[in-house]
Write a protein that binds this ligand. Structure first.
Ligand code: SAM
Length: 272
């Protein structure tokens, strides 16, 4: 699989602490708004599939006769997706390295075109949506879901987590993305020319000891062991010891018996 040149830097990178989060995702917790649209036999394109756990669930729902193509700009993460899909015994998925801005598919080739947590990272989300619309068949649907970082809220108030959010949003924008994508999906889809758009929103919440431990531990590890922690220092946004202090704050939040964290995701189903 040869890698295309991605149009933006992927802020999170694909280190273990990032993939740990992506691998936990399912169609039920990440694409529930799309599930009523799915039927066996549909041709489905999953863009920015990452390690492929959502892809696998979608492939099971349109399979065995439905064809799924899953693409990502990273050849490295596609290797992980291949392993996951093989483990699930799914034979109806093809993996390809491609950039959402230049999809190597014919007009109208897919009944369903899906992207989860991708448009927040791309250089031109409206152009990406136009390209998704182009490869969707008449009567087909484009489904997109992205978080809105500014909607993230938590308790107890740990001041270093305010700084974490500020640094993440600044870095994502410096990399050419839009961290508050959720609220913009409807306007981007309108600009891309869709005739009919249904917009909705759902949340993820971390408020049990197990989920707090998992979420806070994952972000603590991301601050010290992934592209994000490195980038905030390299770009001069943070002092060299700040990622470590933010990681400690994440562990402090995880350990709080009354800790709560929630975030909103925008979703669109777009047609025409
Ligand atoms: C946050 S991950 C989401 C992965 C998966 N959809 C999920 O929700 O678990 C975003 C993925 O989009 C990919 N990506 C970023 N820019 C892209 C582009 N221009 N074209 C295709 N994929 C892209 C990244 O490599 C990354 O794997």
């Amino acid at each position: 699989m040869s890698a295309p040149q991605p149009s933006t830097v992927y802020t999170h990178g694909h280190q273990e602490a990032v993939l740990r989060s992506h691998r936990s995702r399912t169609a039920a917790d990440s694409a529930a708004y799309l599930l009523p649209e799915l039927r066996p036999g549909q041709a489905l394109l999953d863009i920015g599939c990452g390690p492929g756990t959502i892809t696998a669930d979608l492939a099971a729902l349109v399979g065995p006769s439905g064809r799924v193509v899953a693409v990502d700009a990273s050849a490295e993460v596609l290797e992980q997706a291949a392993g996951h899909l093989a483990g699930r015994g799914l034979a109806n998925v093809v993996l390809e390295c491609a950039d959402v801005h230049r999809l190597p598919y014919r007009d109208g080739e897919f009944d369903v075109v899906h992207a989860h947590q991708v448009l927040q990272h791309v250089a031109d989300p409206v152009a990406a949506l136009r390209e998704m619309r182009r490869v969707t068949a008449p009567g087909g649907v484009v489904a997109v879901r992205d978080v809105d970082y500014a909607s993230m809220t938590w308790f107890p108030e740990v001041p270093a987590l305010d700084r974490w959010l500020e640094l993440y949003r600044r870095t994502a924008r410096a990399n050419g993305g839009e961290p508050d994508a959720g609220r913009r999906l409807l306007s981007w889809a309108r600009a891309a020319g869709f005739a009919e758009i249904t917009a909705s929103a759902t949340t993820w919440t971390y408020a049990t000891p197990e989920r707090r431990d998992w979420w806070g531990g994952m972000w603590a590890d991301r601050m010290t062991g992934t592209a994000l922690g490195r980038t905030v220092v390299e770009r001069g946004f943070a002092e060299p010891d700040e990622p470590g202090r933010i990681a400690a704050a994440w562990r402090e939040w995880s350990a709080a018996g009354d800790g709560w964290f929630s975030m909103l995701h925008g979703e669109i189903l777009a047609r025409g």
